[in-house]
Design a protein around this ligand. Sequence first.
Ligand code: BGC
Length: 901
Amino acid sequence: MRVVAQAVIAALLLALATTQSAAAAGRCGEPPERPWCDTSLAPDARAQLLVDQLTQEEKFSLMAGDDATGVFLAFRDPRAHVGTSLGVERLGIPTLFFTDGPLGVRQGMGTGLPAAMGLAATFDPAVARRYGAVVGNEAKLKGNDVVHAPVVNLMRTPLGGRTFEGYGEDPLLTARIGVGWTQGAQSEGVIANVKHFAANNQEADRFVTNAEVDERTLREMYLPQFEANVKEGRAGTVMCAYNRVNGVPACENGFLLEDVLRDEWGFEGFVLTDYGFAQKSTAGSANNGLELEMPQAGFYSQANLAAAVTSGQVPQAAIDLHVRRILRTMFSFGIFDREAYVNDDAQIDKTGHADVTREIEEAAITLLKNDGVLPLRDGQVKSIAIVGADADGYKRGGGSGQVEPFTFTSPRAGITKRAGEGVEIRYDPGNDPVAAAAAARGADVALVFASDNQTEFADKPCLSLECGNPARGDQDGLIDAVATANPNTVVVLETGGPVLTPWRDRVRAVVEAWYPGAEGGTALARMLFGDVDPGGRLPSTFPRREEDKPLDGNPRQFPGVAENAEYSEGVFVGYRHYDERGLAPAFPSGHGLSYTTFGYRDLRIEPSPAGAVVSAVVTNTGGRAGVETPQLYLGLPEPRGDVPQPPRALKGFTKVALEPGQTRRVRFSLDERALSYYDVAARGWRVAAGCYGVAVGRSSRDLPLQGVLARGGASCSRSPGSGRPPTEQPGGGLPTSGCNARAFSLRLPDPRGRERLVSASVTVNGRRAPVRRRGGRLVARIDLRRVTAARPRVRIVARTSRGRTIRLARTYRRCSVPCKRSATVRVRDPAGQERFVSARVTVNGRRAQSSVSPRGVRARIDLRRVPAGPAKVRIVARTSTGRTVRAQRNLRACGRRRGRV
Ligand code: BGC
């Protein structure tokens, strides 16, 4: 009886205990002894409980890695982690293990995935998710908690040594692919470490270079990818870069690490350094947002941190904050509440992963040119000459993005297998053009393989194949020799990014296979024989000539002078550069052929309060099933002369698989941000009033559908090119206008075809406006400052190279931006589950009145004493679970003056 009573009491006590706290399932321990192991508490609360238990030495130890050799050994040794940060055994804090990287796991052998540039070419975030999931899964099964990827640095120059690790030249595409990658990897239970924050765009002077970049450019081109990975991808860690940004090392850049990353984007994970040379000081980093030094303690050694705290250079609160952020991230990713991952390659589904790499590569291979020689037809092709050593090996990039593949299928093996017994395969390594030509002569088709060499640590000296990969000799000469010997020559490029293609008119097809990954050979063979439609589209422009590429001939911009790289090209990166200068590329950004053809019609632009929905009808007009990648570009109006806008910016893309004759309406949602520019003076995103050129089509230079979206009360008529297919329209795009603009540049687009505008006369309400030629196009300077009319009228009379006269008129409306004298700002928990306990509200850094109710924070802001201009309202609130909620509102104060500005 007594035993039964005891058992009942014990059961009751247990039930009581479990309603109050929940024990962690993993290695954390029991909540009675270790209260932070109570999984019913929020990560912030658990982290704080643990910080309170740590000694100063333990705190310091958590701020630096503990293994300097793994980063080197990992190239070969499956037991070597790229990084290790020891936990604290006494309190059950787990050790963290880190690995690379963006193209697969670098720890002994792993599944080799196609180059990240190839992933970008898929234009498909769902594919990126699968890619990230393969890497995340292998990182986990090799015993890691964090994987150093994705790389979301923009390709500022096609010479960049790490071009193959990133996603090309457009921030939107890079953001979408990066977010997919991060979500895929983290769905496997590891933390993605998005890198390298920020403006890390070259290898020259890699540890010291200073990126001198104005804030608008930074915000519009180099940060959005990180922002998306933090806000949508919910990446748990960020790697700060080796370089400096505007004079301040990235790993102690308070503007980047605290103001932007934390306060604006709400990042709640932790920041760790790139390896070895990114951190430049102890106090600078500790006071400006750096949590973890990798791969081992240097500036964050016990001695250095102790001295910095004792001398008062670093407040104790900063140390506690960094440790809390690390632990909070570990709690929120469940690291305490599970067992350590086991490092054993035998757990990996190598075959399954190889299949995924093949499918990714099939979606990545980009058919740049095809005059009908492809696809190869079974039964008709009896002999194939394969030329070039890269056809017989595994082509990959070097450095931390290098992967030693478990297995691979070379292009030669893949093509031989797919062609089958009845087809004669001749192979020549291409060392001697005469021998290669002899092998190619008489074959039904000749496939020439060429590659570039990319690696971390070194940028390429130039874009030609020869100087990009000297070990392979004169590859352009080899292609010429084969093309002369065989009229059915197809070039297959295995490059990590753009190269020069001087022979493209002399060969029948050009295929970009990127660094193709472990099953690249199989994927390529299936694409060549038409088993799959080539899925890729270019994430970066291939120029015609070396001197056309961005930053060419300007050492101040690249590689920089005296370790300083001026980003003076501003937002004119990638295709924006070619468009602005009216340079016709060899293959434009977004370009890639299918084996079928697609028609575009019926553009609809439906404005919404915040943006618009743009849609168009796409039809498969050919005889085969195929995949199309419709793209939406906008030409934004220029609100002021100092905010130049490129003719086109990618704002949406999608993929559609269509059977012959099948039709689908594709939709793109444009939110407010898609229409915005970053207004530095107002410290926020602004939508300029004016006319937005809308263009939909199959590449940045092939946009059959064009229209206009008006914002801010602007009156917009259709452009000369609208509605017509401007297949190759260098420097095209729609004229811009603005209703609140005081002075701005109006680009005059060339008409379609070979016709050019040779001269133009432009008047604003009868007064002559200056016209000059910029980057190959006529640009009129419109100054509305002295015009008093509410609706000024701009007239353009232009002469074309064919002697035609084009007349255009455009009416502008002067509009106003409302300012406020008071405003109410509210913050709520969207889920409605947490109570707010306190809040701090500031306006331009000064404390403001606010009231807190359990359901939210309501602040009545009096702007009458705030000087006229931008008023940044920041709210930092605490909830009952210890969570910090941050919000920001950008207002405009009227100042003492009445009325509107
Ligand atoms: C690279 C990082 C990499 C790290 C560890 C550094 O040299 O810049 O991208 O994650 O090494 O291998």
